[in-house]
Design a protein around this ligand. Structure first.
Ligand code: PEP
Ligand code: MG
Length: 542
């Protein structure tokens, strides 16, 4: 039995076999082999297994996000049969007498480089695909199955680090828990784990080389520890806690259908945060009053090319229809910083969180922004949509956004395409937006406070830095005063204000938020009933 301590991202407990993601594809080892034909046979077998996985992923994607979005997996299948691609791998193995993984990595790099220099935009965009399929093939050669594979059994993911993009591509129903060596509690990967309701630990000092896939693993988010090959006694202890947790969940279920009302009659809306259509099921299951934040950028992260207007329209419409008439706040693309997709070619920056991200990219690339806005405005016809813009720092930015929205409205009108102009609000997540929230409140319909970034920018602490975790304090007086100031300014202008950052789910502060007059809290679906419970125990007028 081996036990390690880490930091808890999501307080839950789970046990099952580990899937150790040892391979860093960028550092695939090269070694010489004796039998080239046997090595080539290995490639064929791995490609066949991968073909099967891609077929299943295709079917799953067709069901969940529509045929257009699923095409990527069809493209992957074609690539695995491409003669030039396979010839290149075989030639490297035969001529250099080297291992298959190395030959695939070199071929993947070579093809991706070649595609990225082509003039044709479509071919350019294939550069990331060929890299991705090569990485999958390397993993398949190592005998490990992609977590996206529909045939894999549920596992505890053990990895050095995971990017939000990698998380999005995993099949959540196959993940029991996540353990990583690196990462920070406030990163988007951590937020995704909370949103997906997956027990997770980060900063666990593991040597991945010492671990094997299949090892029975216990992840205990309450004690912040992970145990490999637990003793019988340890397994018994954990099973007991799992049962107790299920009991607590059952008790919380009794709060379904109840009001979010304090003991002295004050009410507050409790909405949920989502990252995909699939999360809506959890939102309804946990009886959230609406969706307060749909991070639309995750749509872009789970793929290797821009989602088209039709694909986005399909997703937004589905979310709105599934939520019936409940409010759905969709945030426009907040890409950049730790949310990177290769095909955006954003380039390297010294301080990406202070750089080219979110609304700055959208205002700079109207082609991308207008595609998303068209999809949103068309989908608005099907439900109660509100659109929200991220990383706002000035009134001028809002005016520029409105000009683009008006252009989109005129274009849709001219073409006779049905649309509706939704409620429009902004994220308050920069100190600048807080300080001018009185002016901003005059021009928008609502505010939603993004405490994750607001904490990072106010306290000058990189939310992704493990070293700075101790300094990242969203309870800081400065943040709480900012929330109060924003709330007062919103109310003075007759606008509503919510909190959609992680702090909204912090039940230690629920009373304080109620006293400040915050109108809405948007939290991970699994936190909705816990926050409701806290609201119902609270008295505001003390
Ligand atoms: C925030 O910054 O608080 C927020 C909700 O946005 P994100 O975490 O996606 O940056
Ligand atoms: Mg943010």
């Amino acid at each position: 039995m081996k036990k390690y301590k880490g930091k808890t991202v999501y307080r839950g407990i789970a046990t099952g076999p580990a899937l150790v993601m040892k391979k860093n594809v960028d550092s695939v080892k090269r070694y010489e082999i004796a039998d080239a034909e046997a090595e080539i046979a290995r490639v064929s077998e791995a490609a066949e297994v991968l073909q099967g996985q891609m077929r299943k992923l295709y079917d799953k994607a067709v069901r969940e996000v529509g045929k257009a979005s699923a095409e990527i997996f069809e493209g992957y299948q074609m690539m695995l049969e491409d003669k030039d691609y396979l010839d290149s791998i075989h030639n490297i193995i035969r001529h250099e007498m080297v291992n298959a993984e190395y030959a695939v990595a070199v071929t993947g790099d070579h093809f991706s480089e070649m595609f990225s220099h082509m003039d044709d935009e479509y071919m350019k965009a294939r550069a990331a695909d060929v890299k991705d399929i090569s990485n999958r093939l390397i993993r398949s050669l190592g005998g490990s199955q992609d977590v996206g594979s529909a045939s894999a059994d549920p596992v505890v993911i053990v990895a050095d680090d995971l990017s939000p993009g990698e998380m999005m591509q995993m099949d959540k129903s196959k993940i029991l828990a996540i353990v990583t060596v690196r990462g920070s509690v406030d990163s988007h990967t951590a937020i995704l784990a909370r949103m997906m309701n997956i027990p997770a630990l980060i900063g666990v000092p593991l040597d991945l080389e010492e671990l094997c896939s299949g090892m029975i693993t216990v992840v205990d988010g309450f004690q912040s520890e992970v145990t490999f090959e637990p003793t019988e006694e340890e397994r018994g202890r954990v099973e007991k806690i799992i049962e107790e947790e299920q009991e607590k969940k059952k008790l919380l279920q009794m709060l379904k259908g109840r009001e979010n009302r304090t003991l002295d009659g004050r009410t507050i809306a409790i909405y949920a945060n989502i990252g995909s259509v699939a999360d809506v099921e959890d939102v309804l299951e946990n009886d959230a009053g609406g969706i307060g934040l749909f991070r639309s950028e995750f749509l872009y992260l789970e793929r290797s090319d821009f989602p088209s207007e039709e694909e986005q329209f399909h997703v937004y419409r589905q979310v709105l229809q599934n939520m019936a008439e409940k409010k759905v706040v969709i945030r426009t693309l907040d890409i950049g910083a730790d949310k990177q997709a290769d095909y955006f070619n954003l380039g390297k920056e010294e301080n990406p969180a202070l750089g080219y991200r979110a609304i700055r990219i959208c205002l700079d690339r109207p082609d991308i922004f207008k595609t998303q806005l068209r999809a949103l405005l068309r989908a608005a016809v099907y439900g109660n949509l509100a659109v929200m813009y991220p990383m706002i720092t000035s009134v001028e930015e809002v005016e520029r956004i409105y000009a683009v929205v008006d252009e989109v409205c005129s274009e849709l009108r001219e073409k006779g395409i049905p649309y509706r102009k939704p409620e429009q609000g902004i994220m308050i997540e920069t100190p600048a937006a807080v300080m001018i929230s009185d002016d901003l409140a005059q021009v928008v319909d609502f505010f939603s406070i993004g405490t994750n970034d607001l904490t990072q920018y106010t306290l000058a602490v990189d939310r992704r830095s493990e070293r700075m975790d101790a300094y990242y304090n969203p309870h800081h007086k400065a943040i709480l005063r900012m929330i109060k100031m924003v709330t007062d300014n919103a109310h003075a202008a007759g606008k509503w204000v919510g909190i959609c950052g992680e702090l909204g789910a912090d039940v230690e502060l629920t009373g304080e938020f109620l006293r400040m007059g915050v109108d809405e809290l948007s939290v991970a679906p699994s936190m909705v009933l816990k926050v409701r419970q806290r609201v119902r125990e609270t008295t505001v007028k003390e």
